[in-house]
Design a binder for this molecule. Structure first.
Ligand code: SF4
Length: 63
């Protein structure tokens, strides 16, 4: 599993960090950092929730 972010769409809502803090970090300026670009399978559910609930649809999971 690999995470691809469309940074043109991302608006720093930090929903992703709420769902999967092991993988996504949003700083106080709303800048997103992906901590694990290829997260382990154990985190799949959390990453899928982050992708689903991201309000701008910025997160794509590539298998
Ligand atoms: S939830 Fe979506 S828009 Fe918000 S910081 Fe994460 S990727 Fe960006």
């Amino acid at each position: 599993m690999k995470i691809v972010i469309d940074f043109d769409l991302c608006q720093g809502h930090a929903v992703c960090m709420g769902e999967a803090p092991e993988v996504f970090k949003v700083d106080e300026k709303g800048m997103l950092t992906v901590l694990l670009e290829s997260p382990p399978e154990a985190l799949r559910e959390k990453v899928e929730a982050a992708a689903e609930y991201c309000p701008t649809g910025s997160i794509t999971i590539v298998d």
